[in-house]
Design a binder for this molecule. Structure first.
Ligand code: UD1
Length: 341
């Protein structure tokens, strides 16, 4: 059984990927510092898969501890690296925290890969690297724009670090996955998104408003040059994302990669407006959301959605879940979470 290390494995996308890997028979080890994740997710992964993943609480910025961990567990076939800070707004207020955390942890992991001769690496990147592209949909060759936030910059720099690192570690293979807007939750509603404090992102704000935790959902701007005036994003179900990580890992295992570092966009290829997301949520869950139109939010781009032809043709991956699946599973998870708390 191949051993795979997942950093940030108790986080939102990480936990869904751990489930997908375990269900395919891989032996999963998780590193997570629990700074934006909760321990019960580990138990819930076990409830879904019947297997408790190995777990070590560890901050990847702590190099001596990380090296010790690898010295005790040095036979990983791949590392999937999710662990990172991810709040765009917080990154503007605390840029150094973001550079220090996201880049140090990446460098430390890469150094360990070389030291312990681990060849396969999957990196979580983001559509934020494209900024507001001149043409839509966005392909992997669309030129990158200067990042809008320190968070986005850590993703751009992170990608560059991986390319530079590869030049001196010939056996190293990586897949860089650029996620569009991950939403939704596992069908079991045992794992899902757990935002810290007031959510920044649309879907958890919708579900928290619907359940009464927030008074109202502010729609940030309804005068954009789009059909209904609200911004357009490519929302992608987290379970589809998890499958893409599984396929990427197996592609590396099978040595099928055409290049040492491959980049894939992960979205549905279809843009949805803020109104469309709200309408889908209200329709499939038969519940009204208290909505108010608010001014535009700084830094929001009008529209961005992916061309996923490359992931489709090369990785054999295609998003299967619809927007309705996303809004339905997000609501199921929110309701279960409230019963728990
Ligand atoms: C941001 C990040 C992206 C990251 C994603 C998921 C940027 C520019 N974007 O995307 O990299 O992958 O989060 O973590 O770095 N909205 C409202 N009301 C709300 C919240 C959001 O109207 O209360 C609107 C926003 O204006 C936007 C859309 O909903 O049009 C989606 O916003 P959000 O969920 O925050 O994601 P992004 O900003 O697109």
């Amino acid at each position: 059984m191949k051993k795979i290390l997942v950093t940030g494995g108790l986080g939102y996308i990480g936990s869904h990927t751990v489930v997908a890997l375990q269900q395919k028979g891989y032996e999963v080890y998780i590193l997570d510092d629990l700074s934006n994740a909760q321990y019960f997710i580990l138990e819930n992964i076990q409830k879904i898969t019947g297997i408790l993943p190995y777990f070590t609480k560890l901050d990847l910025c702590n190099m001596p501890e990380l090296q010790y961990f690898f010295s005790q567990n040095n036979d990983f076939e791949a590392v999937i690296h999710f662990a990172a800070k991810k709040s765009v707004g917080e990154s503007v207020q605390k840029p150094i925290l973001y550079y220090q955390n996201n880049l140090n942890s990446l460098c430390n992991i890469l150094l360990c890969l070389e030291q312990f001769k681990i060849k396969n690496f999957i990196f979580s990147s983001s559509c934020t690297v494209y900024g507001q592209p001149d043409e839509l949909p966005v392909t992997e060759n669309t030129p990158l724009k200067p990042a809008f936030s320190p968070y986005g910059n850590t993703k751009q720099i992170g990608e560059e670090i991986i390319f530079d690192f590869q030049k001196n570690y010939a056996d190293f293979n990586a897949v860089i996955l650029r996620y569009f807007n991950p939403v939704g939750a596992h069908d079991s509603a045992l794992i899902g998104e757990l935002p810290n404090g007031v959510p920044n992102n649309l879907m958890p704000f919708i579900t928290q408003t619907a359940i009464g935790k927030r008074e109202k959902l502010c729609v940030f701007g309804d005068n954009y040059p789009t059909a209904d005036g609200t911004c357009i994003r490519d929302y992608i179900h987290v379970v589809d994302l998890a499958d893409a990580h599984l396929l990427s890992t197996e592609r590396l295992f099978e040595g099928k990669n055409n290049e040492k570092i491959e980049i894939f966009n992960l979205g549905t290829g279809k843009g949805s407006s803020v109104w469309e997301v709200i309408k889908s949520f209200e329709k499939v869950n038969n519940i009204k959301v208290n909505v108010e139109i608010a001014p535009r939010r700084d830094g929001d781009v009008t529209a961005v959605f992916a061309d996923c032809t490359k992931a489709n043709e090369i990785l054999g991956w295609k998003a299967k879940k619809t927007l309705d699946d996303m809004t339905q599973s997000a609501w199921k998870w929110e309701k279960k979470l409230r019963i728990r708390n």
